[in-house]
Design a binder for this molecule. Structure first.
Ligand SMILES: [Zn+2]
Length: 437
């Protein structure tokens, strides 16, 4: 329906309507938000939810789909006959009571705490760790705040680019509210640096790879979450509006490969949670990744999101496999063999379609940079897990991430001859089952 209307008229019309009634299918600052589970029978149901511009929280496609809704949206879903269960009836209250216990994100790192820790690591391990500012948050580019995007480069010669060493990129927190995804990259930094002098396998990884870790790609959004807006997903670009409901760009829809391919995998409207921005790489945060990737020879990239216990890979924009599908599947199998995460792509129906995302660009853009095996890991199975669960979520992702760093320096032969001993039984069972049953 939307596609048949002339774009400009549709936009103008909707904007006017929104100005008058002050609400939309998107959100209204300060309004109560709930987390609900929506039962689906079929992948096409997710497309319907996307077309209703629902804020889908689970970044996977297993029923029930968890969705963040206002009272009005809940009523609308029920009116249309969806089967909906309320899981958390007030997300802000839940956040303040269980996550933001001390007003400072409790055991989760704030931006300042993350930076402090990265500075300490760089100071303690100057031979192998270099703290590098790779770009600015949107608010800094406008003089509204002073947050940078920080990377830790870990290697035996951190100031040198050694062409014979495989580069790996690990990124957390494209999406502001997915705060556990800062913790896993930080744990990877701590492990590689602390254990370098004690553990020969860690030493070998650091000596023979160039490992770039960016724990918080969306520092402004993260700070906004910490400030009491737990469901904020996008960056903090105002899009020219003062009303927060029209602000923010979804950084994981702003990359320049198949950007804006259609309006369900990303949205052209600023009030949507999946707003893709005005142009490919319009956002400084996505530009920072572009610049980094174009100036290094990454082999594998891991992008941490939450949640769904999944290992996802291209394509995202269409339901098709890449020509390197067997390699992606092996990477997924290696990552998942102990933690039971399910691996696959949109074609496998474990994730809905997205366009302009990080993985598709990392893999698909092969002109301005080399091909990168880009994967997204959806950590855990709740949005903002209680602090007590952080160590376990780190544990189940840390070794698999180090395996990916290892594999990045190996060839096809290695992948063909991996021993699958120790593969978890849970994984084998779950991977075979139909996610819609
Ligand atoms: Zn995400």
């Amino acid at each position: 329906m939307k596609k048949q209307m002339p774009k400009l008229i549709l936009l103008t019309g909707l904007f006017c309507l929104l100005m008058v009634i002050g609400t939309s299918s998107g959100s209204f600052a300060g309004e109560r938000k709930m987390l609900v589970g929506v039962e689906i029978d079929d992948p096409s149901d997710i497309l319907k939810l996307q077309q209703m511009d629902m804020d889908i929280a689970t970044e996977g496609a297993l029923s029930p789909i968890q969705v963040v809704v206002s009272d009005a949206e809940l009523a609308k879903l029920r009116e249309e006959g969806w089967q909906v269960n309320i899981l958390i009836d007030d997300l802000v209250r839940n956040f303040e009571e269980n996550i933001n216990i001390d007003g400072n994100l409790g055991n989760y790192h704030t931006y300042d705490e993350m930076l402090q820790e990265m500075q300490q690591v760089a100071a303690m391990y100057p031979d192998i760790a270099r703290l590098i500012d790779i770009g600015d948050g949107w608010e800094k580019t406008e003089g509204l705040a002073d947050r940078d995007i920080w990377a830790m480069k870990i290697s035996d010669t951190p100031d040198l680019e050694e062409p014979e060493e495989a580069d790996v990129l690990i990124v957390g927190c494209h999406h502001a509210r997915e705060i556990v995804t800062v913790e896993i990259p930080l744990a990877i930094i701590r492990t590689l640096t602390k254990l370098y002098s004690q553990n020969p396998r860690v030493k070998s990884l650091v000596d023979n790879r160039e490992i770039w870790v960016v724990p918080m790609l969306n520092p402004d959004g993260h700070a906004y979450v910490a400030g009491g807006n737990p469901m904020w997903r996008k960056n903090r670009n105002t899009n020219g509006y003062s009303n927060p409901s029209y602000q923010g760009v979804d950084l994981n829809r702003n990359y320049g490969f198949m950007w804006g391919y259609n309006n369900s995998g990303s949205s052209p409207y600023p009030w949507s949670e999946t707003y893709r921005g005005t142009a490919p790489f319009s956002e400084p945060e996505a530009q920072a990744i572009r610049n980094l990737a174009e100036n290094h020879d990454f082999v594998i990239s891991l992008s941490y999101h939450s949640y769904g216990r999944l290992f996802l890979f291209p394509w995202g924009y269409i339901d098709e496999d890449t020509e390197d599908h067997p390699i992606f599947e092996k990477l997924g199998r290696i990552y998942s063999r102990r933690n039971g995460y399910i691996y696959g792509n949109a074609k496998d129906n474990i994730i809905y379609n997205t366009n302009g995302d990080f993985d598709d660009w990392m893999y698909g853009e092969q002109t301005t940079k080399n091909k990168v095996f880009g994967a997204t890991i959806e950590v855990g199975d709740t949005f903002q897990p209680p602090q007590s669960e952080i160590p376990e979520l780190i544990r189940e992702n840390l070794k698999p991430a180090l395996w990916m760093v290892h594999v990045a320096g190996k060839g096809q032969d290695y992948l063909d001859n991996v021993s699958w001993a120790g593969e978890s039984r849970a994984f084998k069972g779950r991977a075979k089952s139909n996610p819609y049953k």
